[in-house]
Design a protein. Sequence first.
Length: 202
Amino acid sequence: MAVCRKCKKEIGGFFGAKKALPVTINEAEKRGIDPTGLCDDCLQNEVDSGPSIEAVLEARNEAERLRVLEVKADELAAKRKAEELIEGKRRDLEKIVISTSPHPAEWTHEIVGIVNGFSVIGTGPLAEVFSSVTDFFGTESKAYHEKLTLAKNKAIARAKEEAYLLRANMIFGLQVNITEISSSHGMLMFAVTGTALKHEEK
């Protein structure tokens, strides 16, 4: 037979302590009191001497509020960390030097690999029309110029990304190629290739 863990009386039977009633157990659980192993009298005493339901609810709400604040603080810290990493990467990419010339032989450096950058763009029917007009009058096509500049910048940026992943800080011997890959659909590919290296200042 079970024994009450507080009064040490046997629970149940003719002479034993009364088993905890469902209503008493319910009141205890509302207050966060563990009814396990307690007779009804002892459990009722715990309920009477324990905190009110309002106080328990207030404590739970405060705990939940603090938990939400902690989660938000963690999310904010993670966001700031990600922003710092992105900003650090942006600065490192800006520092990567690009040159079409070979690197000086006297430099202290380590060649880390070949990097490439590609960008494919469509000129579009509107650019084709403007190109025809400017070609007729012998002037520069602004539409084509803008698209080629955009493609060039994207290709170089992708080559820098590859150099960044190789922990290089320079790209030398950069070669630039523009290819029309679809004459019927006006697709142009801008490709750059260069040697990525780590240069150490003396």
